[in-house]
Design a protein around this ligand. Structure first.
Ligand code: NAI
Length: 212
């Protein structure tokens, strides 16, 4: 199957496969059947086979999956063996937390620059990086060529900067601003993240449980 014909829902399940396989590796598991993997992940065995078949299978009838091989394959599909460079905009509460606590390198990224437009923050240290003035973004992008921008800025600012960043070579947005970036540009991908949506989903599920 062509790589770009793989559905987004399959792609969204891959990090979870990766996480479970990593845990299996840590416990010394050498192989696992799709049935056992399905039980652990609370998916169906046929779902697992279907998902992994999108990328060429990896399993063997009667053997199951070699955990290490599957883990490596999924790491490769996720692009974890590459190191893309990312910049972060908005070094407020969220931006600082993400800059300092996110394990970028294990996910195939290196955070190379953190920017803000608040003079009180410019020059402060976040982890190993110094917060830079967002006016320097143009020059910085030309020099370092980051491909991803992490947006931890307010909604209005996100709308304003997205096009500019595309012009500077940004191809992927990890967007935390409370605005769904729906960029209509070819070759640009966006992941809009709303922690609040997850909390609302929890609330809704609790309500339904209590109603039963
Ligand atoms: P904050 O106010 O602490 O930080 C925002 C930072 O963005 C400030 O330091 C500000 O100076 C900077 N900024 C504003 N415009 C800018 C621009 N054009 N260029 C560079 N920097 C700029 O806010 P906080 O708590 O860090 O949240 C950041 C954003 O993320 C907010 O819009 C908030 O609503 C949103 N948020 C989203 C969550 C999610 O799950 N998606 C969760 C929590 C917050």
């Amino acid at each position: 199957m062509a790589k770009n014909s793989v559905s987004l829902s399959v792609i969204r399940r891959l990090p979870r496969y990766h996480r479970f396989l990593k845990e299996l590796l840590a416990t010394g598991t050498v192989r696992i059947s799709s049935k056992d993997l399905a039980r652990k992940m609370r998916l169906s065995a046929s779902q697992i086979r279907q998902d992994l078949n999108c990328f060429g299978g990896f399993g063997q009838q009667g053997y199951g999956y070699n955990v290490e091989a599957l883990y490596q394959e999924i790491s490769h599909i996720l692009g974890l063996d590459q190191q893309r460079t990312a910049i972060l905009l908005g070094a407020g509460n969220l931006g600082k937390a993400i800059s300092q606590h996110m394990d970028f390198s294990s996910r195939g990224f290196t955070l190379v620059g953190v920017f803000d437009n608040n003079p009180a923050l410019i020059g402060q240290q976040v982890g190993e990086l110094t917060i830079l003035d967002s006016k320097e973004i143009d020059v910085f992008c030309k020099a370092h060529g980051p491909s991803v921008a992490i947006l931890c800025i307010p909604k209005d600012a996100a709308i304003e900067v997205a096009d500019k960043l595309i012009g500077l070579g940004i191809r992927g947005f990890w967007n935390f601003s409370h605005y769904d970036l729906l960029l209509d540009h070819q070759g640009i991908v966006v992941e809009n993240v709303h922690l609040g949506d997850s909390l609302s989903t929890l609330c809704c599920r609790l309500n339904r449980l209590e109603e039963d």
